[in-house]
Design a protein around this ligand. Structure first.
Ligand SMILES: Nc1ncnc2c1ncn2[C@@H]1O[C@H](COP(=O)(O)OP(=O)(O)O)[C@@H](O)[C@H]1O
Ligand SMILES: [Mg+2]
Length: 318
């Protein structure tokens, strides 16, 4: 028998797994359309940290409501289960895309990063810091011959309102795999004090995403423990495009990443400033094609070892 949540959502296949539970494809039998339903893991329903994370995501999504963010349809508690119903998106996450192709040519990277920075500009404009920008939380809605692919930001579970609500820290992130997946994109100040971050932490993460899109590698390399990744981010200079690919890149593109990963006082000041710099970056034949270098093996990134969007069992204790 099919499982029904809140008397109206008939659950289908699992679309993804994350820190707090699972996201299912589901059918809204009242309205007769498909949705994506996030369900809080029953073992966490008694844990106020996770329940708070769930509720915060609902409040924030209702507040952001931008075309570049996943639309929320309803949410609540049906007596047994906390759920969030989102509009069902069709396509794949950036995480899935990069597992398949490792890196993208500038012609594809340019519109994706442009949309990511526009999404962050819209989010920041209403005073929300995402705090968990990474490929698994970026969805690419399928384009076709007539319409371009559209990027949507997912997962506002550890986001915060810039003014207040700062006590909603990363304490809800206690599952090893999730912390690892997240911290590879995390700004140094977010390790030091997650409550104190501003929009510039999202810009660091967006820079790390852009770096991976272009090179298939991460600016601070691999490392399979939180302690190691944190030490690298806090003590080492970021690697350059040239270091990770072995080929030379235009200086202004290297400079773009330097400004994304530097201490936040010297970082891009806003998403729109970073967007302007991105749109000014060279796109010509001096930008290496993906075929001109080998991407680093992804296996060195522990959270990326599994073949799907989610963490492997070994990094995601039940
Ligand atoms: N609206 C949606 N449509 C299709 N797939 C989705 C949708 N929302 C989430 N997913 C899938 O579920 C995964 C987990 O969702 P996410 O919101 O990131 O939850 P978590 O907090 O558990 O990480 C995503 O990486 C994506 O693969
Ligand atoms: Mg997620």
């Amino acid at each position: 028998m099919k499982r029904i949540v809140a008397g109206r959502y008939e659950l289908g296949e699992v679309l993804g797994k994350g820190a707090t539970g699972q996201v299912f494809a589901a059918r809204d039998i009242e309205e007769g359309h498909e949705v994506a339903l996030k369900i809080l893991d029953p073992s966490l329903a008694g844990d106020e940290n996770f329940v708070a994370r769930f509720k915060r995501e609902v409040r924030i999504l209702q507040g952001v409501a931008s075309r570049s963010v996943v639309p929320i349809l309803s949410a609540g508690w049906d007596g047994k289960t906390f759920f969030i119903a989102y509009e069902r998106l069709y396509g794949e996450t950036l995480d899935k895309r990069l597992r398949r192709v490792a890196r993208l040519p500038m012609s594809e990277a340019r519109p994706l990063v442009r949309q990511l920075l526009k999404a962050l500009a819209a989010t920041h404009e209403v005073g929300v810091i995402h705090r968990d920008v990474k490929p698994a939380n970026i969805f690419l809605e399928g384009g076709d011959a007539r319409k371009a692919e559209r990027l949507r930001l997912l997962d506002f579970g550890i986001s915060k309102w810039e003014a207040g609500d700062g006590h909603g820290t990363l304490s809800a992130l206690t599952r090893t795999g999730d912390v690892l997946g997240t911290c590879r994109y995390m700004a140094p100040e977010q390790f030091e004090n997650p409550a104190d971050v501003d929009g510039r932490a999202d810009l660091f993460a967006a820079g790390a995403v852009a770096f991976r899109i272009l090179t298939g590698a991460m600016p601070y390399g691999g490392g399979d423990s939180l302690a190691l990744i944190m030490t690298n981010v806090l003590t080492l200079p970021p690697r350059t495009l040239q270091t990770v690919t072995g080929v030379s890149w235009p200086t202004s593109l290297e400079d773009f990443f330097t400004r994304a990963f530097v201490h936040r006082d010297e970082r891009f000041g806003s998403a729109s400033e970073m967007l302007d710099a991105w749109m000014d970056a060279p796109t010509g034949s001096d930008v290496p094609e993906p075929s001109s270098f080998q991407p680093e093996p992804l296996a060195q990134y522990a959270d990326s070892a599994s073949g799907n969007d989610t963490r492997s069992d070994s990094t995601h204790p039940a």
